[in-house]
Design a protein around this ligand. Structure first.
Ligand SMILES: [Zn+2]
Length: 231
């Protein structure tokens, strides 16, 4: 196994542990993937308790979703996550994305279920690392509906909420995508407290513009960033 693959497998296991420790996943929830090559993707299997996942249990699939043969006994009876095609849709549309994380963080789910749009304007790091965060229309988990619900949003966003379900983030690596998930959940939490304290005191347009300039300098700008200036 190449060093790069070994590192990505370890990164995915570490992310599953961190997500569990922070309460972003429980029971069978959550899935993580990494782009391994032009045609191959590493992805978590459909098993409960992802925090116990071992590097050798992570599956390799091709871009059509077919599980690749492995000599490892540990993966013989494992199936890829039921959200496999949501991950593949992202890699098909975004060659720049090398890692995808999906979880059910409490505050993100709560916002989406209450029908409240996320406003990253409550936290500078939110604006810098996430930009504008939409909520994907409801799509039944495990079905193509969920793939359809994210497919028009993914070209212009690195993070989104999934209605009544959870959150999805992408990045240059699985860890990069996971870092966004932590910022996303913090924004959701801060937003709720801000609402309780009387609502957001918006920064001025020039202030937001300067924050977006920082984001651009860091190489994270997306065409949807302008939405922050009007939200
Ligand atoms: Zn889910």
């Amino acid at each position: 196994m190449l060093e790069q693959e070994k590192e990505l497998r370890e990164q995915i296991c570490l992310i599953c542990k961190m997500m569990y420790e922070r309460g972003y996943i429980g029971g069978p929830a959550g899935n993580v993937s990494a782009r391994l090559s032009e045609d191959l993707v590493l992805i978590t299997p459909s098993i409960p308790f992802k925090q116990l996942l071992k590097p050798e249990e992570i599956l390799v699939v091709n871009m059509q979703g077919n599980k690749q043969e492995s000599n490892h006994e540990a993966v013989k009876n494992l199936k890829p996550t039921s959200e496999l095609f949501m991950h593949l849709e992202i890699y098909h549309q975004r060659p720049d994305v090398r890692g995808v994380v999906h979880a059910h963080p409490t505050y993100c789910v709560a916002l989406s279920s209450a029908g409240i749009l996320m406003n990253t304007g409550v936290l500078t790091e939110g604006m810098i690392f996430l930009g504008s965060v939409p909520t994907a229309e409801f799509g039944t988990p495990t079905t193509h509906e969920l793939v359809d619900s994210i497919s028009t949003l993914i070209p212009t966003h690195d993070a989104m909420l999934l209605s009544h379900h959870g959150a999805l983030t992408v990045g240059k690596s699985p860890l990069d995508a996971y870092a966004r998930m932590e910022v996303l959940e913090q924004v959701a939490q801060v937003q709720l407290v801000v609402e309780q304290l009387g609502g957001l005191k918006r920064l001025s347009i020039p202030q937001i513009q300067r924050i977006l300039d920082v984001r651009k300098k860091m190489g994270m700008a997306l065409s949807s960033d302008d939405e922050l200036l009007s939200s």
